[in-house]
Write a protein that binds this ligand. Structure first.
Ligand SMILES: [Zn+2]
Length: 122
């Protein structure tokens, strides 16, 4: 179960091995596409501060909770009709203040989606 060295992608500019775009250090890339997506996300959050809203969090770990997890908790707490749902394998939890409006599913996302769709996935 190892990736052959020749299959590891390398940077076309400096030749160094490439890695996923994670907020793990100062190399996180925020290009035009990222900013456009961030703006759509902000617009959605602003437009849905009232009424029935489901904050569905899929596979968000504890690495950068200030980006998705904590805002979702805050928005759920601020809207009594909102529900927070978290699907994660081994890291499902919610703040005490929104426990009664939280759905925590500790399982593999692929399996959860498969169950929801009646085995139509995969
Ligand atoms: Zn490079």
């Amino acid at each position: 179960m190892r990736v052959p060295t020749e299959l590891v992608p390398h940077c076309p500019v400096c030749g160094k091995p490439m890695t996923m775009n994670l907020r793990a250090d100062d190399t996180f890339v925020e290009d035009a596409g990222w900013h456009a997506a961030a703006e759509r996300y902000r617009d959605f959050l602003e437009a849905h501060q009232e009424g029935r809203v489901l904050y569905l969090e899929l596979g968000v770990g504890g690495n950068t909770p200030v980006i998705i997890k904590y805002p979702f908790w805050r928005y759920t707490n601020a809207n009594s009709r909102a529900t927070y749902a978290c699907v994660n394998f081994g890291e499902t939890y919610a703040h005490q203040a929104i426990r009664d409006r939280s759905i925590l599913i500790d399982a593999d996302i692929d399996r959860v989606l498969e169950d929801l769709l009646g085995g139509q996935v995969g």
